[in-house]
Design a protein around this ligand. Structure first.
Ligand code: ZN
Length: 502
């Protein structure tokens, strides 16, 4: 049996032995944790020793679109575009460099004003152009609208919206999945093999950040088939909890590295998209409360339909309350979680979540990316209360960290830094310093907290448990938050295998 000894300051997250100096690995399991002399006795003489300054449980991301992370390399990247001219210029350059394409897709979660279908058509004439807005909305050109048969007379689909000019013609913005589906229906869909390639590429991006377990929070039937194929053929290099979206009672042969997670439900839009479901209208609109993507009856039926529980995307306070109502009715709180839950959850909602055993998947990297934009949309005071990690933890709710990548930084160290400092991109001051959490709490976010949502183990290092760990050059518990930003992951070990080394 393959054996390995790993030394360093070991931050185990095991309350019975929070610190150790050596871990012995035998096969895929941890044989012993303690000091070098004591763990040596549990593995054969001559077992190689790897030394890192710090050793931690393999990080867990409770919400990262692994499959989309790998897909991003196949798409035009517009997430960081700085304005309409930049967007149009980059599309024109892509069109010139890729003649003959029938469709062009882009990741386009950029902030700020949007070009309309006519301006997009001018830079991509006769090509179906689909700009994906954070996996929620799509911005499309006239060719895409025409191919999908969307015109002034097309009614809004239930749960979605076709944004229109005053004369009724579509602007090109399709709000939420039911509207985007009208265009997706006429586009070629990626095959199982293509999706498997995306997953392999996504794994290669996550392993250098020390992750050994991730939750992929919206996987369709073809995506599940791709995960299953990779699991069956030994090509999963991370543990993955795949949450089925839009798939009825999927069959999935789980393995030690793959499990079928809660059903994913998109209940509302996004804060940065201005479509989260709020109890008071969005500023600057004539009473717009946001988008409710599924009706309450359907939501309750989805919650009741699965024993695996649900993960409900609920950003706005009104969506959070609806989600908790439906989970209460289903009686499956302990297996369910809220995703994002960051715009104005009330103390009453927090108390209910705790009572129900509902966890929250929260995303510091997302707040870092969109905090400044949110302050512009909602005012600094409301934006400062967004993503209230301090309040969730004080209410006794289990909080799992995540990135919601691709787009926001995938790094757990970056996530811990943001959760401790509340710094956001483009601002010199923290946004909502009162919601900052401690080093220990931030470390728990990406170990024990996220593990509670992922459902693989408990995010701690102990004898007998899986040998999933990471070597770091920074101490997540004792270092200043700023040191986390410069910190590096030196190695990632899954099931005793060195999957990444720097
Ligand atoms: Zn997401």
């Amino acid at each position: 049996m393959r054996a390995l000894i790993i030394t360093g300051t070991v931050r185990t997250q095991d309350p019975d032995r929070p610190v150790a100096s050596a871990v012995a690995v035998a096969g895929s399991r941890i044989a012993a944790i303690g000091d070098l002399a004591s763990v040596r006795a549990t593995v054969p003489p001559g077992t190689p020793v790897l030394d890192f300054p710090y050793v931690v449980p393999g990080f867990v991301d409770s919400h990262v679109h692994l499959l989309w992370a790998g897909r991003a390399a196949t798409r035009l990247a517009l997430d960081d575009a700085t304005g309409v001219d930049d967007v149009l210029g980059r599309i024109a350059a892509h069109v010139a460099a890729h003649p003959g394409e029938a469709w062009i897709e882009a990741d386009a979660g950029f902030d700020g004003p949007l070009p309309d279908a006519a301006r997009l058509e001018a830079v991509a004439p006769g090509i179906g152009l689909v700009l994906d807005r954070k996996g929620h909305d799509a911005l499309v050109n006239e060719t895409a609208l025409r191919r999908a048969g969307i015109g002034a007379g097309t009614p809004d689909p239930p749960g979605g919206r076709i944004e229109r000019h005053p004369d009724g013609t579509p602007t090109g913005l399709l709000v939420e999945h039911p509207a985007v589906a009208l265009v997706r229906a006429v586009m070629p869909a990626a095959t199982v093999d293509e999706r498997a390639r995306w997953i392999r590429a996504g794994q290669a991006e996550l392993l250098p950040h020390g992750f050994t377990t991730v939750v992929d929070p919206a996987v369709d039937g073809t995506g599940l088939a791709a995960y299953e194929m990779l699991g069956r053929t030994g090509q999963l290099r991370l543990r993955v909890t795949a949450m089925p979206h839009g798939v009825v009672a999927p069959a999935l042969a789980g393995t030690g590295r793959l499990r079928l997670g809660p059903t994913k439900i998109f209940l509302d839009g996004g804060g940065s998209l201005g479509t989260a479901l709020l109890s008071t209208p969005w500023p600057g609109t004539d009473g717009y409360l946001g988008n409710q993507t599924v009706g309450y009856d359907e939501l309750a039926a989805l919650c009741a339909a699965t024993e695996r529980g649900v993960g409900i995307h609920a950003v706005g306070d009104a969506a959070i309350d609806l989600a908790l109502d439906a989970i209460t009715a289903s009686g499956r709180g302990a297996r369910s979680h809220l995703i994002h839950a960051y715009l104005g959850p009330t103390p009453a909602a927090m108390a209910r979540a705790r009572q129900l055993g509902v966890a929250v998947s929260a995303h510091p990297a997302l707040q870092w990316e969109f905090g400044a934009g949110l302050a512009q949309r909602l005012g600094a005071e409301r934006a400062a209360r967004a993503n209230p990690l301090r309040d969730w933890l004080d209410a006794g709710v289990t909080v799992g960290g995540g990135s919601d990548g691709p787009g926001p930084p995938l790094s757990a160290l970056h996530g811990m830094w943001q959760a401790r400092t509340r710094m956001v991109r483009g601002r010199d001051e923290p946004l909502g310093a009162g919601q900052a959490i401690t080093a220990a709490e931030a470390f728990a976010l990406f170990t024990t907290g996220a593990a509670a949502i992922a459902g693989f183990g408990d995010g701690r290092l102990r004898a007998g448990g899986p040998a999933d760990l990471a070597g770091l050059d920074v101490d997540p518990l004792a270092a200043d938050p700023a040191a986390l930003l410069d910190g590096r992951v030196l190695a990632t070990v899954l099931d005793g295998n060195l999957e990444f080394t720097l």
